[in-house]
Design a protein around this ligand. Structure first.
Ligand code: NAP
Ligand code: G4F
Length: 343
């Protein structure tokens, strides 16, 4: 049985990847951080299944010794490094922390893999979650694996470091290490401070009278948005190749934030411009104006293509958040159900 270790298993992508690997018969292990409140909502269905689908271990990308110990103990065949301080806006507020976790954290994991491989003589395949944010102020459109990087945020800079560290360990030490340069991917499990989920949560709440306005920053930015559930399959496919390599994973379509708003509000029978207001605090010191990926290499080499369209993604997120808003409405009207976990 193959064993996989996922850092960032409590995040959006970690939860979908864990489901995919379990379905493929893997023994799935995940790294979680200690926190004073639960951070495992996205994987509870995997933790409390019978038998449990995932084994969780405390760890942190800031703790290299801990990572090494985990690799020695688990002896994974594959490591998926999804953990990061992943919020672009937050990275302007916490640049040093972002560099420590997102950039140096990857280096710590690469070092741990190199050491443990040397000692055990067993190969550990490595996946690095690189990002289209590395293209930043884009030099060409669409962006491919050959497009030069011009990051526009401390997060983007940290991801460039982690990307090149991964390439360097592949070239210098022969690690089976691949980078997925993933463009934005969303889902009903997307964190609520990223723009798509912020919009679907707010619009569905506005529809039920639970919220008045949706405050957003730059509506003109364009993103290549896909469905996270499709994108984790590309991660797995990269580690099944004989040779490691880097791949752009994208939908090949781009839409503005304003278009995403229009799509969401119109599905709810409303007009976005009547409910969206400008919040200057949501603007960034430097913006990434346009991202559009060309996933031809992933299609050709990995046989990967997304199963869901932009419209499917919007439908899925709106439907999910309609249910969340309805639940909030019921709780507001009746209080939390007696004896429930919500009480
Ligand atoms: P996410 O939902 O924000 O999840 C991030 C994960 O990293 C969480 O599990 C978080 O744990 C964990 N984490 C944060 N700091 C850590 C640390 N110091 N040590 C260990 N774990 C830590 O992100 P995502 O959307 O799933 O993205 C997954 C990865 O892909 C990230 O590296 C992100 O930068 C990258 N990426 C994402 C996209 C996208 O559009 N989603 C596109 C390109 C690349 P807690 O739950 O404890 O906070
Ligand atoms: O949803 P976002 O915060 O995602 P962003 O910055 O593109 O980063 C995400 O995708 C990257 C891949 O390219 C990942 F690497 C990264 O980890 C993360 O998952 O913002 C999207 C756009 C930006 O242009 C932002 O300025 O939406 C604009 N925006 C406008 N108003 C807003 C808001 N973004 C947020 N988060 N909140 C707003 O109110």
């Amino acid at each position: 049985m193959k064993r996989a270790l996922i850092t960032g298993i409590t995040g959006q992508d970690g939860s979908y990847l864990a489901e995919l690997l379990i379905a493929k018969g893997y023994d799935v292990h995940g790294v979680i951080r200690r926190s004073s409140t639960f951070s495992t909502q996205r994987i509870e269905h995997l933790m409390f299944s019978d038998p449990p689908g995932v084994t969780l271990h405390y760890g942190d990308l800031s703790d290299g010794n801990g990572l090494m110990r985990l690799l020695r103990e688990i002896q994974p065949h594959e490591v998926y490094n999804l953990a990061a301080q992943s919020h672009v806006s937050v990275s302007f507020a916490q640049p040093t922390y972002t560099a420590d976790v997102t950039a140096l954290g990857t280096l710590r994991m690469l070092e741990a893999i190199r050491e443990v491989q040397d000692v055990t003589g067993r190969q550990i395949r490595f996946y690095q979650a690189s990002s289209s944010e590395m293209f930043g102020k884009v030099v060409e459109t669409p962006q491919t694996e050959a497009t030069p990087f011009h990051p526009r945020s401390p997060y983007g800079v940290a991801k460039v470091y982690a990307h090149w560290a991964t390439v360097n360990y592949r070239e210098a030490y022969g690690l089976h290490a691949s980078c997925g340069i993933l463009f934005n991917h969303e889902s009903p499990r997307r964190g609520e401070t990223f723009v798509t989920r912020k919009i679907t949560r707010a619009a569905t709440r506005i529809k039920l009278g639970l919220q008045d306005k949706l405050y957003l920053g730059n509506l003109d930015a364009k993103r290549d948005w896909g469905f996270a559930g499709d994108y984790v399959e590309a991660m797995w496919l990269m580690l099944q190749q004989e040779s490691p390599d880097d791949y752009v994973v994208a939908s090949g379509e781009t839409h503005s934030v304003a278009e995403f708003c229009d799509a969401v509000f119109s599905r709810l029978g409303m007009l976005a411009h009547e409910h969206v207001a400008f919040d200057p605090s949501q603007q960034r010191p430097a913006e990434v104006d346009l991202l559009l990926g060309n996933p031809a290499k992933a299609a050709q080499t990995l046989g990967w293509k997304p199963a869901h369209t932009f419209g499917d993604l919007v439908d899925m997120m709106v439907e999910h958040d309609k249910s969340v808003a309805k639940m909030e409405m019921l709780i507001a009207l009746n209080g939390k159900p007696e004896g429930s976990a919500l009480a």
